[in-house]
Design a protein around this ligand. Structure first.
Ligand code: TLP
Length: 382
């Protein structure tokens, strides 16, 4: 038995996993044929979660109305609860995190301005250049260590007030930071950026798609760690398990304007209380279980760090996302993804060298153990 296999078995026997490890029947050194009948372990993202039976029941029974007339009682309840939980005046339900972010960017900025953000950030890399296409702004990028910006770095990027320089219109942060590996802002670092930006007359938006993961990892309420931001977007459809939807929370005046902007984008939904019903369960009940996903991510990270050719520091995996460098294995991420998929393990690369895996409620410890076994088998058969 190899060192990694022993390590996995030790973790499992210590109660880190309820899985019993499959003992190889193949002769030593020979890979077994992939088991294509095994259930799929989908670690591509926490967006792949399916609604729980409780969510499906609530959806079937949801009271609904026309939300463009603000007459959907379930959406109204979800928006009110989101505002309460974040300690804000108001909230608006939007179909996606992307729409929530882009509405906020549009409302905070004017055409011809710059937005200060991290170079690996979602609003810059994965939102179809909408900050330029819709809001007419350009990003002013910073490489944040672990995706985390500091006031000292942000301050240097604020455009001087000279008529021939495009003015800065917004500072945008991401917490947790997705592509940097689910990293979190220490609350005092985020607070200092907000205070500094406000003193400079700039608003600050938070892409808090996974802010509940940050709150759980920090052991602090979301209201506390987001209180200084001018607007916060968070997703129900990631680790919280709802099928669709995100919320934007802010002042009443901002959310009233957001409602018009959502309509411009075609995001005025009608009897969407069916979705909000699942969202309410996601919001009220699901944060409590996120710690399990964080423990699974750490379990995976610790074992992966011991696979020859894989580089990662497990102590830098605070939540549910593990980003690791596989260049030392001699494979590209596309090749590893393909070989894993043959074994019903799904995981994607961020680029040819960096893989990302995301834990969530539909992958338990046994599934994580299967993913580890497959990675180990592939890497050691080269
Ligand atoms: N993230 C997705 C992909 O788009 C990369 C994922 O699989 O992680 N902000 C952050 C930080 C996000 O991670 C995402 C989605 C969004 C915004 C957008 O949310 P949706 O997909 O609802 O538009």
């Amino acid at each position: 038995m190899t060192v990694l296999a022993k390590f996995i078995r030790l973790l499992v026997s210590l109660g880190c996993g309820e899985a019993t490890m499959k003992t190889s029947s193949a002769p030593q050194g020979l890979a077994e044929a992939p088991d294509k009948t095994a259930p799929v372990v989908d670690l591509r993202s926490d967006t792949v979660t399916r609604p729980t039976p409780e969510m499906r029941r609530a959806m079937a029974e949801a009271e609904v109305g026309d939300d463009v007339y603000s007459e959907d009682p379930t959406i109204n309840r979800l928006e009110q609860r989101a505002a309460e939980i974040f300690g804000r005046e108001a909230a608006i339900f939007v179909p996606s995190g992307t729409m929530g972010n882009q509405i906020a960017i549009k409302l905070h900025t004017h055409h011809g301005q710059e937005i200060i953000c991290d170079e690996r950030g979602h609003i810059y890399n994965y939102e179809m250049a909408m900050l330029s296409a819709f809001s007419g702004c350009v990003p002013r990028l910073i490489h944040g260590e672990d995706g985390i910006l500091t006031w000292a770095e942000v301050k240097k990027r604020i455009a001087p007030k000279i008529y021939y320089r495009a003015p800065t219109g917004l500072v945008a942060l991401e917490n947790t930071h997705n592509m940097a590996g689910g990293t979190m802002y220490p609350p005092e670092v985020a607070d200092e950026i907000c205070d500094g930006a406000h003193d400079a007359g700039l608003p600050v938006h938070l892409d808090g798609a996974r802010i509940f993961n940050a709150a759980v990892a920090l052991g602090k309420p979301v209201a506390e760690i987001t209180r200084k931001f001018d607007s916060v977007m968070f997703c129900l459809s990631k680790g919280l398990g709802a099928p669709v939807g995100s919320l934007l929370v802010a002042s009443r005046e901002f959310i009233d304007r957001a409602r018009a902007c959502r309509k411009m984008l075609g995001g005025g939904m009608r009897q969407a209380g069916i979705l909000a019903a699942a969202g309410l369960i996601a919001l009220e009940k699901m944060p409590a279980r996120l710690g399990e996903d964080h423990a699974n991510a750490r379990f995976l990270a610790e074992a992966l760090a011991r696979v020859p050719g894989i580089k990662l520091d497990p102590s830098r995996v605070p939540t549910n996302i593990v980003v690791f460098d596989i260049s030392g294995t001699g494979m590209t991420t596309a090749e590893l993804s393909r070989r894993l998929a043959e074994r019903n393990i799904l995981m994607n690369g961020i680029n040819p060298e960096l893989m990302r895996l995301v834990t969530h409620m539909d992958v338990d410890r046994a599934a994580c153990t299967r993913a580890l076994e497959a990675i180990h088998e592939i890497c050691s058969s080269r």
